[in-house]
Design a protein around this ligand. Structure first.
Ligand SMILES: Cc1cc2nc3c(=O)[nH]c(=O)nc-3n(C[C@H](O)[C@H](O)[C@H](O)COP(=O)(O)OP(=O)(O)OC[C@H]3O[C@@H](n4cnc5c(N)ncnc54)[C@H](O)[C@@H]3O)c2cc1C
Length: 382
């Protein structure tokens, strides 16, 4: 326990030092909207691509509680960076949790070192929430699967080299999820990149579409080696993604709060700093409350994940609350900053552009409400 606490502190200190160094560059990096190669290399050096991967495969083996703290800190400085290693770790988690021993031995060291990086590839042009409607399909041919279809909105797909790819291995199954499988899919012949998508925020990190045209994968790349568990494996790993997105929400919400606390003491109207006006005080108090409450929900969901408990309700609650907190805090920070909140000279407009992604990614907030309600009924039957 003591050892764990010390490791956590060392990692958090290293992250804080890294953030102090990069912070002055963020404003320009955001404006340039280019992949931050140098920073990503530093993140690789710090071991972040293996943050929650077991040390026996070369990872840092951090608890998800510690991981969430890292994510919050990074998101407070530049949310885009959290996407570089979060989607990658969801992919890694699907192998760590559901892969065979051989798959873990082969892939996890490559993921932990960051030599091979990637993401979770679920979404298609016609479906994001309704994943059972995906059309990408894989047909077994001898020892291979031949895959055809396409994916879109996949973070890291341009700069990444490997994906946890959700496909249908049987299009006739009912319910459809019984015909879905998750593959470890490195780029190769038949894997063709499409457009890089233009976004409101989340700049610097690539989100793109790709096409699979008779793309062949060895059968040994089917996670768990058994067809029909793909959706379950993807959703099992997504709990980590939801905790991460929730932690990002806390990070963005707290960045908006910090900037507002500072600005409201500097800006004067009617002879006094605006922090002395009651309406601004109400904003600040509500913003702080959201940050604290969001942080507690994230920690509680992360603790449940660490204990190996089913935590879709906890992760859903944390994701819903903390990301709505990011939306509200960024809007209120904009109000507090007046015209300067609308200016690209200040960071507040970035928080305002970044926050909505959090309400969409890793399952929309509408979906989180459905998950929470279903769990409430399941846990409290008549
Ligand atoms: C910047 C960015 C990065 C992304 N990165 C990735 C990635 O790396 N990998 C990946 O696989 N995907 C990624 N996505 C896609 C994301 O996961 C989907 O956009 C998300 O799941 C929602 O799907 P959709 O956009 O198709 O919306 P839809 O599913 O079409 O939903 C549209 C609206 O209807 C609501 N809705 C849908 N069904 C219901 C229902 N049953 N009840 C009530 N409301 C409902 C939704 O909440 C939403 O408000 C990314 C998206 C963005 C914007």
């Amino acid at each position: 326990m003591q050892q764990e606490k010390e490791t956590e502190q060392q990692v958090l200190d290293a992250v804080d030092k890294f953030l102090i160094k990069i912070k002055p560059a963020v404003h320009q990096l955001e404006a340039d909207d280019e992949y931050p190669e140098e920073i990503v290399a530093q993140m690789q050096e710090m071991g972040l691509f293996g943050a929650v991967i077991d040390p026996k495969y070369g990872g840092l083996g951090l608890s998800v509680r510690t991981y969430a703290k890292i994510v919050e800190r990074i998101a407070c400085v530049w949310m885009s960076l959290t996407g570089v290693f979060n989607s990658h770790l969801i992919m890694a988690m699907s192998v760590q949790r559901f892969g065979t021993q051989q798959q873990k031995d082969k892939w996890l060291p490559l993921f932990a070192s960051g030599e091979m990086r990637g993401a979770l590839a679920l979404t298609e042009a016609n479906c994001g929430t309704d994943l059972q409607s995906i059309q990408t399909h894989a047909k077994r041919v001898g020892n291979n699967y031949l895959i055809n279809g396409s994916k879109t909105w996949i973070t890291n797909s341009l700069h990444g080299s490997c994906f946890a790819l959700l496909v249908k291995t049987n299009t006739n199954e009912s319910p459809a999820h019984k015909g879905m499988s998750l593959f470890i899919a490195p780029k190769g012949p038949g894997f063709k990149m499409g457009r890089t998508l233009k976004k409101l925020g989340y700049k610097g990190i690539d989100t793109a579409e790709f096409f699979l045209d008779n793309y062949a994968l060895p059968a040994e790349n089917l996670i768990g080696l058994e067809e029909g568990h793909g959706l379950q494996h993807a959703l099992g790993s997504l709990a980590l993604g939801r905790i991460n997105v929730a932690a990002r929400g806390v990070g963005v919400a707290s960045a908006a709060l910090k900037d507002s606390i500072q600005y409201s003491q500097l800006r004067k109207t009617f002879g006094k700093p605006i922090c002395q006006h009651q309406s601004i005080q109400i904003y600040l108090a509500d913003m702080a409350l959201r940050v604290e409450a969001g942080r507690l929900l994230v920690d509680s969901a992360a603790a449940a994940f660490d204990e190996g408990k089913r935590c879709d309700m906890e992760a859903g609650m944390a994701k819903l609350f903390a990301t709505e907190a990011a939306m509200k805090n960024s809007t209120e920070a904009l109000r507090i900053h007046g015209a300067y909140g609308y200016s690209t000279d200040f960071n507040v407009e970035r928080y305002y552009r970044d926050a909505p992604l959090l309400a969409i990614g890793e399952g929309t907030n509408e979906l989180q409400r459905i998950i929470i309600a279903k769990q409430l009924i399941e846990k409290n039957p008549l």
